[in-house]
Design a protein around this ligand. Structure first.
Ligand SMILES: Cc1cc2nc3c(=O)[nH]c(=O)nc-3n(C[C@H](O)[C@H](O)[C@H](O)COP(=O)(O)OP(=O)(O)OC[C@H]3O[C@@H](n4cnc5c(N)ncnc54)[C@H](O)[C@@H]3O)c2cc1C
Length: 394
């Protein structure tokens, strides 16, 4: 009997249209040809050829893919999610690149920027000629960005920014940073505003964070802002308060709902291949019941996770997706993906710990995915609040 993929087992194909299938095929082919042969090396070296990849990902139309105008592809949100899935099947770091560029920095400028800001940055960012980053997290404030200490103070018409941002993807290689800062301490979180900061502005520094054991095929940096002087026009005019950055995070978390399925699927495929070839006690590991129970349980979770992602994608395309529903998707799909990566690692035995196979790389990457854009505990609190009506964040 011929072996089926999880997609075939669940008949997932009937849930996506021809345009979405074409996007999936394109990204999968690009991943197989251009990314897969090199990604373990990028991970091992902790070095990603960001500029070259940006142009190639831009040419594929993956940056700001579901945004309208300004050179963006204007696809459905579901199509964007499926592209994230295929990219993260290669490596979470590559999906992170696309998420941060499109869903965080470009989305912020598209949704909340002035016409001038959009004209200046979005067409170049869509092509990958300009790289963006998104500075919200600070050394002392991650899950609770309302506490941020970065300030923007007026000096005549100008703004002067001071502070530090931490764990910023692409922060040391970006051309432009969307930075969130407190404009007036008296206004509490209402005074938080976004600023579009060209990274060559005097006083701005991006310092790469080394020694990560996760997302090594992704650049992560600390941003230091020392008396960064910006014109009045640098502020994002259309949003005030935390709802600005939080709505960007919802966009990026949506991509993770799909992306995590890709990482899980890739681990499962590697484990199935391995178990088919590896002989233990005189026959293929895949022929043992214990292995098949593991594979069946994992296939079930990958398929369910993809069904959930597709459901949430359709809800988003219909305009009805709520933040707590994105939390359901991120919590489930990342948590299951990590469990699957670990289980697949057991099937690969000692080989499972090397970069010759993708499994340990995915497992390590998923630790970051569980934490960023809102930790799994934040997702649980969002869901808990939706169920009880009670806010347990404090
Ligand atoms: C590789 C990587 C890339 C990143 N890229 C970016 C980026 O581009 N831009 C950006 O702005 N940020 C980025 N981040 C930061 C990320 O979003 C934060 O790490 C995340 O929000 C968590 O913040 P923290 O690390 O400060 O953890 P904390 O907020 O200090 O949380 C520590 C632990 O406490 C738990 N906790 C917090 N509050 C509560 C509570 N009320 N009740 C119970 N438990 C609680 C958390 O869930 C967590 O388990 C990145 C992080 C990583 C690892």
């Amino acid at each position: 009997m011929s072996a089926q993929s999880v997609e075939e087992l669940f008949a997932l194909d009937v849930l996506i249209d021809d345009e979405e299938r074409a996007i999936v095929d394109t990204v999968r082919e690009f991943g197989a040809r251009r990314l897969r042969p090199l990604v373990a090396g990028w991970f091992e070296d902790g070095a990603l050829p960001v500029r070259d990849l940006a142009l190639e990902l831009g040419e594929l139309g993956l940056f700001g893919m579901h945004l309208d105008g300004y050179g963006c592809a204007g696809t459905s949100a579901t199509a964007y999610g499926l592209a994230c899935l295929e990219l993260e099947a290669v490596d979470s770091g590559l999906r992170s690149f696309v998420s941060v560029q499109g869903s965080l920095s470009m989305f912020a400028i598209r949704a909340f920027g002035s016409d001038e800001q959009r004209d200046e940055w979005l067409p170049r960012m869509a092509k990958g000629e300009a790289i963006g980053c998104f500075g919200l997290t600070e050394p002392d404030f991650g899950s609770n960005p309302a506490g941020m200490r970065t300030t923007a103070k007026r000096d005549g018409d100008d703004w002067i920014l001071n502070g530090a941002k931490m764990w910023i993807t692409n922060g040391s290689v970006a051309d432009v940073a969307v930075v969130w800062a407190r404009t007036d301490l008296g206004e509490g979180s209402r005074g938080i505003r976004g600023f579009v900061v060209p990274t060559d502005t005097p006083g701005f520094r991006g310092i790469e964070i080394k020694h990560k054991m996760s997302l090594r095929a992704s650049v992560t940096a600390e941003l230091v802002l020392e008396d960064v002087r910006l014109p009045a026009s640098a502020m994002l005019p259309e949003v005030e308060g935390l709802k600005g950055p939080l709505s960007c995070l919802n966009e990026a978390r949506f991509g993770i709902v799909f992306g995590a399925v890709g990482a899980a699927r890739d681990c499962l495929e590697a484990a199935i291949d391995y178990a088919g070839d590896r002989e233990v006690f005189d026959k293929a590991l895949a022929g043992y019941q214990i292995t098949q129970v593991k594979l069946a349980d994992m296939a079930l979770e990958v398929g369910k996770a993809q069904l959930l992602a597709l459901h949430l994608g359709r809800r988003k395309d219909a305009g009805g997706l709520r933040p707590e529903q994105i939390s359901l998707g991120k919590l489930n799909n990342v948590r299951e993906a990590i469990a699957i990566a670990r289980e697949c690692r057991t099937i690969l035995g000692a080989n499972g710990i090397t970069l010759e196979y993708p499994v340990i790389r995915h497992a390590n990457n998923l630790e970051s995915v569980l934490t960023y854009e809102g930790t799994s505990e934040m997702d649980q609190l969002m869901i808990g609040k939706a169920l009880t009506g009670k806010d347990a964040f404090r």
